[in-house]
Design a protein around this ligand. Structure first.
Ligand SMILES: *[C@@H]1O[C@H](CO)[C@@H](O)[C@H](O)[C@H]1NC(C)=O
Ligand SMILES: *[C@@H]1O[C@H](CO)[C@@H](O)[C@H](O)[C@H]1NC(C)=O
Ligand SMILES: *[C@@H]1O[C@H](CO)[C@@H](O)[C@H](O)[C@H]1NC(C)=O
Ligand SMILES: *[C@@H]1O[C@H](CO)[C@@H](O)[C@H](O)[C@H]1NC(C)=O
Ligand SMILES: *[C@@H]1O[C@H](CO)[C@@H](O)[C@H](O)[C@H]1NC(C)=O
Ligand SMILES: *[C@@H]1O[C@H](CO)[C@@H](O)[C@H](O)[C@H]1NC(C)=O
Ligand SMILES: *[C@@H]1O[C@H](CO)[C@@H](O)[C@H](O)[C@H]1NC(C)=O
Ligand SMILES: *[C@@H]1O[C@H](CO)[C@@H](O)[C@H](O)[C@H]1NC(C)=O
Length: 470
């Protein structure tokens, strides 16, 4: 009786003495000599949870054993335990209340237990301080809707590589969740109510699922989301208001889907978006102004699509882009993308933009296409040398050289933005130091002063990378 009372006292006021941790160290485990008592029982061939742990245990690692079953209060009472790891075992049944007695636990890892499949509503009961829960690769088909009711502090939930066919209802209303990992499941849709009440969500990963439909306003409650992965799914369209209100979005990945058109309603509110992936779709048409509000964009991935042309106007009135990835598209190298050739020449970052058409230049790289001009300075399409085409820059006056074209562009923008040269000059060093560093090794790389200044004055910059990164 006395011994029991003594134990209880010890547990209430954790003793950080070294000997206490080592003394009751389970056989087949190693206990560290540090102040925080860590119990290392990984790869120890255990088939059961050791009967006793030092009661001041701070972390327990039971990874890579062959544990099959967790009884109620499987770990006894360990009031100091913060981290428990049971990854890579063969757990197939967890008794409700298995983690009772672990009142301080903040992180529980149970990834790679292929036989779990099913969890009882009260599995995590009493884990009031649990912040991180890892259930990746546990062959889960669903989890009960109320399973997290008693886990109010949960912020990071790892559920990737399971068999979910819908976003689990259990996460609805989890206002404290900041990170949700649901990649590599079999989720088929994002419903209007799948993500309700996720007021603090910053990171949402739904990549590599089977999402074929995203419903209207599906992300409406995720207003704080900064990283959104929807790549490698199978949707061919998005509702026009999909991302409305997601003003904090920094990275949006829509790559590897079946999109054909890019609507100018999708990215209305993404003023802070820095990276946009639209690669590996079937995009053949981008609506005018589609990227107009993306004033923070530093990289746009449009490679591996079905683009034949890229009108200058898709970037208007904001057409300054960090890096533009355009390789693997069937480009039609006619006067409509002459502007692209000129930008590329000016920034000397071009390696690879093979033309698919017109036939007279098919197979050539856009940089090698020579655009003939009329006496008035208008661009002539390669194939039909006798047809006059308007310049893509409607300046209203003939332009005979690149220089002229840029100069008039500049004047136009300066007028439009009401900027004086003075404003423009002040930002020069910003460009020099932050924008071009590290982006090219080309020794001959150089920009005409005028262009640099112009771009910088609008607080972003245009740069075109058309080569294929290896
Ligand atoms: C894991 O458990 C399952 C069923 O509980 C069993 O069929 C399988 O043989 C076990 N695997 C190992 C490696 O123990
Ligand atoms: C979120 O955290 C707060 C403070 O820890 C808590 O009071 C609240 O119940 C939590 N919300 C949910 C839905 O668990
Ligand atoms: C894509 O854009 C083209 C050209 O405007 C239009 O004809 C077509 O209907 C659009 N397709 C979709 C799915 O919006
Ligand atoms: C850009 O943002 C402004 C202000 O929020 C909005 O009025 C406009 O419609 C947006 N542009 C597009 C193309 O959605
Ligand atoms: C690419 O676009 C052309 C029309 O511009 C269409 O005929 C073709 O089917 C498209 N290819 C794919 C893979 O969508
Ligand atoms: C341009 O080509 C058309 C046929 O495509 C021909 O009828 C016309 O005479 C040509 N014009 C010139 C100036 O060569
Ligand atoms: C801006 O810079 C150009 C050349 O660098 C110079 O000729 C011009 O006077 C400058 N303008 C002002 C207002 O400093
Ligand atoms: C801009 O870069 C060039 C070449 O790297 C350097 O010589 C020049 O001093 C830089 N100017 C500023 C203002 O940093």
């Amino acid at each position: 009786m006395f011994v029991i009372i003594l134990n209880v006292l010890l547990c209430i006021r954790p003793v950080h003495s070294v000997w206490a941790c080592v003394r009751s160290c389970p056989t087949s485990c190693v206990c560290t000599q540090e102040r925080s008592c860590s119990i290392l029982c990984d790869r120890a061939g255990l088939t059961q949870i050791p009967r006793e742990f030092p009661c001041e245990a701070h972390s327990i690692n039971l990874d890579k054993n062959s544990i099959k079953f967790l009884a109620e209060r499987a770990f006894g009472t360990l009031p100091s335990l913060k981290l428990l790891s049971l990854s890579h075992n063969n757990i197939s049944f967890i008794t409700p209340g298995a983690f009772k007695g672990l009142a301080s636990l903040t992180e529980l890892k149970m990834a790679h237990n292929e036989y779990i499949r099913y969890l009882h509503t009260r599995t995590f009961t009493s884990l009031k301080k649990l912040v991180r829960l890892d259930l990746a690769d546990c062959n889960l088909f669903n989890i009960p809707d109320r399973i997290f009711i008693e886990v109010p502090a949960l912020r990071e939930l790892f559920c990737f590589q399971n068999n979910f066919r819908r976003i689990p209802g259990a996460i609805r209303g989890m206002e404290n969740l900041t990170h949700l990992y649901l990649e590599k499941n079999k989720i088929e849709a994002v419903a209007y109510n799948s993500l309700l009440g996720m007021a603090r969500l910053k990171y949402l990963n739904l990549q590599d699922n089977k999402i074929n439909v995203i419903h209207d306003r599906a992300f409406q409650d995720c207003q704080k989301v900064e990283y959104l992965y929807l790549n490698d799914n199978v949707f061919s369209d998005l509702p026009e208001n999909s991302f409305d209100g997601l003003r904090r979005l920094k990275m949006l990945n829509l790559g590897g889907n079946l999109l054909r058109n890019v609507s100018n309603t999708w990215f209305r509110d993404q003023f802070e978006l820095e990276v946009l992936y639209l690669d590996r779709n079937r995009i053949s048409y981008i609506e005018e102004g589609a990227f107009e509000n993306l004033t923070s964009l530093v990289s746009l991935h449009l490679n591996s699509n079905n683009l034949t042309t890229l009108p200058f106007s898709v970037f208007q009135p904001v057409y300054f882009i960090g890096r533009l990835y355009l390789f693997r598209n069937p480009w039609e190298c006619d006067c409509r993308i002459e502007w692209l050739k000129e930008w590329m020449e000016n920034y000397r970052l071009v390696r690879d933009i093979p033309c698919a058409a017109p036939s007279s230049v098919a197979g050539l790289d856009l940089t090698d296409v020579v655009f003939e001009r009329t006496d008035e300075g208008f661009c002539l399409d390669p194939e039909e040398l006798n047809v006059t085409t308007d310049s893509p820059f409607p300046t209203g006056e003939p332009q005979s050289t690149t220089e002229n074209k840029f100069n008039s562009l500049i004047s136009k923008f300066l007028l439009q933005k009401g900027l004086s040269e003075e404003v423009v000059n002040t930002t020069e060093s910003f460009i020099n130091t932050t924008l071009f560093d590290g982006l090219t090794n080309d020794a001959s790389f150089g920009l005409r002063e005028y262009n640099i200044k112009l771009m910088c004055s609008f607080n972003f910059w245009l740069f075109i990378v058309v080569y294929e990164s290896k």
